[in-house]
Design a protein around this ligand. Structure first.
Ligand SMILES: [Zn+2]
Length: 377
């Protein structure tokens, strides 16, 4: 499946220099390729390191050297000729230092000024407001400001240079932070659709019951008045996290959250209604043995997404039931044992998830056939 690695394109991808088709192709490859994901992490570390450098001020002594160099350049040439070799050597060194300082200053200026720059807002319908002022056809949303839509208003918000968000009626959205390595909004209530073409983990949405972490994708978020959130992913992957709980949701997947509890278990749009109902019970209500039986009985191979996420959230006897059902749907890869999974061995769970990802992403029918064909019954 991963015939061509994308390592060479990762730097351009991180800087937002790829076209949207290439950016999408790279993002999709990264999701399924451990090697390129590792390369991406290294490049992102490099970017963070470079950022730290830009914040270090140039030492005052270096400035004095440069000033004296500039003074010397105004001295008549004949006075310099006697010590030409020394001067030209020294000048070359100082000129190089000046270039370095100039680069640092320019990059610092860019880093400082690209931080917290307001986002463009376009009115799509009705009368959206920013901090209770109507915006007309266009407006700008600064850090800390609230964008509000009433029952007949909609607005589009440009997420710096990495994507866009459509804010639906009856919504409240605040810009929390916008910096080169983190763009964050808060959706207090209502609905938004996000389309993000940045590398993973640059765009975050705080909701009352979880944080949505973008992994290169398109999705919608709905927050009701009680603070419950519903995530629906239309392309790529999104993680919902709160405390130690994390739910990874692929294309076609959904995940619900509740205040005080956090993210529930991800499931697919086309899972059976009985499964969805029983899963909500299992996630958010107590005493759910019967609900678990329904989820297990209703699971298709695709629903191993749900079963895999359930493992660490259940009791040991319940995990045994989940494991026994999962291996009937798709045989586990070599090195993954019943004992290990039931003891929540992290490496084994990771290996199994990596094997299942192509199934959850519905990547390739051949992979389906191979995995399903490996099942004994
Ligand atoms: Zn790769």
């Amino acid at each position: 499946m991963f015939t061509k690695h994308v390592s060479k394109e990762l730097s351009a991808y991180c800087q937002g220099e790829l076209g949207s088709d290439d950016s999408r192709r790279v993002a999709e490859h990264i999701l399924g390729c451990r090697r390129c994901r590792k390369d991406l992490e290294e490049i992102k570390l490099g970017i963070q390191f470079a950022e730290r450098i830009t914040h270090a001020p140039a030492p005052a002594s270096l400035w004095r050297e440069i000033e004296s160099l500039l003074d010397q350049q105004s001295i008549p040439q004949r006075r310099l000729s006697r010590r030409r070799s020394w001067v030209s050597w020294r000048n070359a060194g100082l000129a190089a230092a000046a270039v370095i300082v100039t680069v640092i200053v320019v990059v610092s200026w860019y880093a400082i000024h690209s931080q917290d720059a307001p986002w463009e807002v376009v009115r799509l319908a009705g009368n959206p407001t920013i901090n209770s002022d109507r915006i007309g056809d266009e407006g700008s949303l600064g850090v800390g400001e609230w964008l509000n839509t009433d029952a007949s208003s909609r607005a589009q918000v440009k997420v710096a240079n990495i994507g866009e968000v459509e804010v639906e009626p009856n919504s409240r959205l605040r810009l929390v932070k916008t910096q080169i390595n983190e763009h964050r909004v808060e959706l207090a209530r209502g609905s938004m659709q996000a389309r993000i073409w940045a590398p993973p983990k640059l765009f975050f949405v705080n909701t009352p019951s979880a944080v949505a972490v973008d992994h290169g994708c398109a999705y919608t978020l709905d927050v009701d008045d009680a603070g419950a959130t519903m995530l629906h992913v239309t392309m790529g992957w999104v993680a919902l996290v709160l405390g130690g709980r994390e739910s990874m949701v692929p294309t076609g997947g959904r995940c619900d959250t509740r205040p005080e509890i956090g993210p529930g278990t991800p499931y697919f749009d086309d899972a059976s209604e009985a499964l969805k109902k029983a899963l909500a019970k299992l996630d958010f209500e107590a005493g759910a043995e019967e609900a678990l039986s329904i989820v297990l009985a209703q699971s298709r191979p695709l629903d191993t997404l749900t079963l895999w996420h359930l493992l660490p959230r259940l009791t040991r006897p319940q995990r045994e039931r989940v494991y026994d059902r999962m291996v009937l749907l798709i045989a586990p890869p070599a090195g993954v044992t019943r004992e290990g999974v039931i003891n929540l061995d992290e490496t084994m769970l990771d290996i199994w998830r990596e094997q299942l990802k192509p199934v959850w992403q519905r990547d390739d029918p051949a992979i389906w056939k191979k995995l399903l064909g490996s099942v004994g019954n």
